[in-house]
Design a protein around this ligand. Structure first.
Ligand code: HEC
Length: 345
């Protein structure tokens, strides 16, 4: 009889022990994988997130705010509406992940087995996130950013030369100064070889505020043909905003024909203000392919400077919330690969 009671007690204790261990949410087992996958790309040294979320101590120090910003879904930033459409690589936490974070914080942020904290993801953003490039084209020298608390807007031309024409799948931008770089819009320029003898003429950049005449600015960086006519432009082959990285799309999607001589033309390189002197030396990686693009990428601009007006006119008086609409008809089936919301003041 005694023997039987003992066995029953033992089994009950054993089951309790098991379940409580299973429900213990720890940094090493549950929280680190969520943070490393969804947060650390922006929250680490030199990135735009402002503070690092790379170690247990980093995360514990910010735990209260992390619980709030994940619950409100302000972090990770993902403005697209997930109840409407899903995107590849979207950064959205699941309800379970959000609950797990908040339960972990309420429970005092236990670390768990510190030896089994997963390794930090490797970010090859000083070289390439996409592999080994076939060609890299960069600033010919460092651009000096004066510490005068003013914005810098540059127009830049970077020439390249190859043995023969080819196709490119992707162009990747590697920012040299993530702290100050606000955005970059990159385009390809295809010269008519009959009309452009030397693609290296002109200054490699001009400060957009030095000249209000865009023709004059383009002439100064040698972007025009020898007879002063404009070459062909392939717009927006690569753009950059903090936290945005270049993508390699599946085979058949994206890509361009690349003539053996041409230039990358940055129509806006915007550096934010800095109180101290600094510099930048950014560059582009080209990834070649032997096949022409089947479904090329095109940019469609809606809104004031695009194909469709904004209704009503885009004027927002102080202290008001207003809604605006714009629409256009697309007469072919297309896939949307990226959306870039943008306002200009
Ligand atoms: C795409 C880049 C990016 C990702 C990914 C990202 N953050 Fe952020 N985060 C930012 C930026 C930029 C700020 C600063 C916002 C500001 O200053 O207005 C910020 C601010 C914060 C803040 C401070 C908010 C405050 O009000 O003080 C917290 C906390 C935070 N992030 C946590 C997270 C967590 C947790 C994740 C992942 C679940 C995450 N972030 C993912 C870019 C990112």
């Amino acid at each position: 009889m005694h023997y039987r009671i003992l066995i029953i007690i033992f089994i009950v204790l054993f089951i309790c022990g098991c379940t409580s261990e299973k429900h213990q949410i720890t940094f090493s087992e549950h929280i680190a994988p969520i943070i490393y996958k969804n947060c650390t790309s922006c929250h680490r040294d030199g990135e735009g997130g402002g503070f690092s979320l790379a170690t247990y101590n980093d995360v514990r120090k910010k735990a209260g705010t992390i619980a709030i910003v994940t619950q409100s879904r302000t972090m990770p930033p993902w403005p697209a509406d997930p109840t409407y459409r899903h995107f590849a690589d979207e950064k959205i936490l699941s309800d379970e992940e959000i609950e797990m974070i908040s339960a972990w914080v309420e429970n005092g942020c236990p670390i768990g087995d510190s030896l089994s904290i997963p390794a930090l993801p490797v970010f090859n953003d000083k070289t390439s996130q996409l592999g080994k490039p076939d060609l890299s084209v960069g600033f010919p020298s460092k651009y000096f950013i004066k510490g005068n608390n003013k914005d810098n807007f540059l127009v830049i031309k970077l020439p390249y030369e190859l043995l023969r024409d080819t196709f490119i799948k992707t162009i990747e931008f590697i920012p040299g100064n993530k702290k100050l770089l606000h955005h970059m819009n990159g385009n390809l320029v295809v010269f008519n070889p009959e009309k452009k003898k030397n693609i290296n003429t002109g200054e490699w950049y001009v400060n957009a505020e030095d000249s209000f005449d865009s023709h004059d600015m383009h002439a100064r960086i040698g972007l025009l043909h020898d007879d002063n006519s404009y070459p062909m432009l392939i717009p927006s082959v690569v753009n950059y905003l903090p936290g945005v990285y270049s993508d390699k799309y599946p085979d058949g999607i994206g890509g361009w024909r690349l003539t053996k001589k041409g230039v990358i033309y940055i129509n806006t390189m915007h550096y934010g203000p800095s109180p101290v002197d600094d510099y930048d030396s950014s560059y582009f990686n080209f990834f070649f392919t032997s096949t022409p693009p089947k479904r090329p990428l095109r940019e469609l601009i809606l809104g004031t400077i695009g194909v469709a007006p904004v209704v009503p006119e885009l004027v927002i008086p102080p202290n008001t919330v207003k809604t605006f609409y714009t629409e256009t008809v697309i007469n072919k089936d297309i896939s949307i690969t990226t959306i870039v919301p943008h306002t200009c003041i």
